[in-house]
Design a protein around this ligand. Structure first.
Ligand SMILES: Cc1ncc(C[n+]2csc(CCOP(=O)(O)OP(=O)(O)O)c2C)c(N)n1
Ligand SMILES: [Mg+2]
Length: 556
């Protein structure tokens, strides 16, 4: 038995879970616990300026390390602030634990009282209502277990008067890891493998789309081998971006962000096999990407109905590596390898077709965003971590090349702008090497600009490149198309050089893309975060936006 206050014991339980970083904003409900956390040996505590950003940092930490992110907010207004972050984490299946207080259970009245559970569960997150002093260990374990095992954000609500009472249970804590089933790789059912091999043998133009499941299962080489044996072209989901950039038969990303040549080749495909990819609305471009293809999926968690559509017609339920290797084995046993969709002509087409060759008139002193991305791709070393921002500009950065998906951080499933600065901060905190770039829109960045202060105070090192069209680009293009006044979405280009400097960081307004290599050297040579403010044209629309404009609807 221990006589520690409960908040101390709770902090020790989190430390036993292997937590080494906490992203926090204090109030009545969490300040005792957060302070106890900060006294634990080796614990790094980051204090953000907005609760949403504390959660965003924890999500970035997860994206960079694969470990559960831990954030903390106070009760009441601290919890209402994080509805967007929780929804984002739910959609992106991010294991996240948020320690929130709860209003005191023994008070007759408390101004910050609100029913937290419905707010949290409405986002899809799990809520643990920790009201029994005896069960505190169980609560922490449940929160960590659900976050990790279900890849779902979880909020732990502990009334703050209860936190100050002495802990009455046993002092030893059994971690959630002991409760997580270790089942090893799921092998495929040989019957479904045989069905898929039949389809693959008959296909003339197969394409394999690899998703995040391929990365987590270490199946990249196995997927390339299957593609070669079956004559399939290769593509990835957006989070899998860059996986096969070295392969001459790689089309880059599938979906609404696909290049022109990828779209053309997908349009003629007769078989698409998704591996470790859940075939979201975005990956299949709302059903428009491969209308002629028979679709099969190899996945641990096959979903028949995905985003309102039939995801696939044949499902091989398996770990990506085990499933793909079984299909390749069976295919080889059945006969010789075939060329399928592969030929020197196709490789040449892939290599030579520009991503998008549409022409626009670009106003003086602004840049074509496609040229900006090409210049950034040359200036930023390939091994850097890259965080993808939101808005219309995010299309362009998708086409940077030769960067591994392990270093690519994109958590945009909920479609909320304003998240990426804190996600990038979490990546920078976890990596600690300063080789992190956030490419972001001007409107998204300013939504949580206060976090530049957090960056400065904690000495976080990252490079922020703003593709600044002086507007909510996503909105102006749609409004213009519909013949409406766009002025409500135009703000003028913020002077991010001065903003950065005002927060004690470095900044540069880019006048010439030729400056970038020298600026890169200067960034490397010092220890402070930096913003490059790059004025882009508000006339250049992405192919994705142009299609949305033609169809007159769509999700962007
Ligand atoms: C929280 C939230 N508010 C509003 C929107 C609507 N929205 C989508 S894109 C966008 C514009 C983002 O502007 P910016 O970051 O400058 O990127 P751009 O589209 O200009 O490239 C807005 C306001 C949203 N998706 N999320
Ligand atoms: Mg903008």
């Amino acid at each position: 038995m221990s006589s520690l206050p409960i908040y101390e014991m709770l902090a020790q339980a989190f430390a036993s879970e292997g937590v080494d970083s906490l992203f926090n904003l204090m109030g009545d409900g969490n300040m005792h616990w957060a302070t106890a956390m900060s006294k634990i040996d080796g614990m790094r505590v980051y204090h953000a300026r907005h609760e949403h950003c504390a959660c965003g940092m924890a999500m970035g930490y997860y994206s960079a390390t694969g470990k559960t992110g831990v954030a903390s907010v106070t009760c009441g207004p601290g919890v209402t602030q994080i509805a967007t972050a929780l929804s984002t984490a739910t959609r992106a299946r991010v294991p996240l634990v948020v320690f929130a207080g709860e209003s005191p259970i023994n008070a007759k009245w408390y101004n910050q009282q609100i029913e937290q559970a419905p707010i949290v569960t409405a986002t899809g997150a799990h809520y643990v209502r920790a009201h029994s002093a005896k069960l505190m260990h169980e609560y922490v374990r449940e929160a960590c277990y659900v976050a990790r095992h279900e890849r779902r954000p979880t909020v732990l609500g502990v009334p703050y008067d209860l936190q100050k009472q002495p802990h009455v249970g046993p002092s030893d804590y059994k971690t959630s890891a002991a409760y997580i089933p270790q089942t090893g790789r799921t092998p495929p059912n040989p019957e479904t493998v045989a069905l898929l091999v039949e389809k693959l043998s008959a296909a003339q133009r197969p394409i394999i789309i690899a998703g995040r499941g391929v990365v987590s299962s270490g199946a990249q080489a196995a997927v390339e081998e299957l593609a070669e044996a079956s004559g399939a072209l290769l593509a990835t989901t957006l989070p899998g971006r860059g996986m096969f950039d070295h392969n001459p038969f790689s089309l880059g990303v599938a979906g609404g962000f696909a290049s022109q040549v990828a779209r053309d080749l997908f349009a003629e495909s007769d078989l698409v096999i998704a591996v470790g990819a859940s075939l979201t609305y975005y990956t299949v471009d709302g059903g428009n990407l491969f209308p002629k293809a028979y679709v099969a999926q190899i996945d641990e968690r096959p979903l028949g109905l995905r985003d309102g559509m039939l995801a696939a017609e044949l499902f091989v339920k398996a770990d990506a590596k085990a499933g793909v290797e079984a299909v390749t084995r069976e295919l080889r046993q059945r006969g010789a390898a075939k060329n399928g969709y592969r030929s020197p002509k196709i490789a040449q087409r892939i290599a030579e077709t520009p991503v998008d060759s549409a022409e626009f008139s670009v106003a003086p002193s602004t840049f074509d965003p496609r040229h900006v991305i090409a210049a950034l791709d040359r200036a930023i070393p390939k091994d850097w971590d890259m965080v993808s921002g939101s808005g219309h500009q995010s299309y362009f950065q998708t086409h940077m090349r030769g960067r591994k998906p392990e270093n690519f951080h994109v958590l945009r499933e909920f479609g909320a702008i304003g998240n990426s600065i804190s996600i990038a901060m979490g990546v920078a905190a976890a990596k600690g090497h300063g080789k992190v770039v956030l490419i972001e829109g001007d409107g998204s960045l300013i939504m949580h600009i206060q976090e530049l202060e957090t960056i400065r105070r904690h000495g976080l090192r990252l490079l922020i490149c703003v593709l600044n069209d002086g507007a909510y680009g996503a909105e102006i293009h749609k409004l213009r198309q519909d013949g409406l006044d766009d002025s409500g979405a135009i703000f003028g280009r913020p002077d991010y050089e001065s903003i950065a400097k005002g927060f004690g960081l470095r900044g540069a307004n880019i006048k010439d893309l030729g400056q970038l290599p020298a600026l890169m050297k200067a960034y490397d040579a010092q220890g402070t975060a930096e913003i490059w403010n790059i004025p882009i044209s508000d006339q250049v629309t992405s192919p994705r936006m142009r299609r949305v404009m033609v169809r007159g609807h769509g999700v962007i």
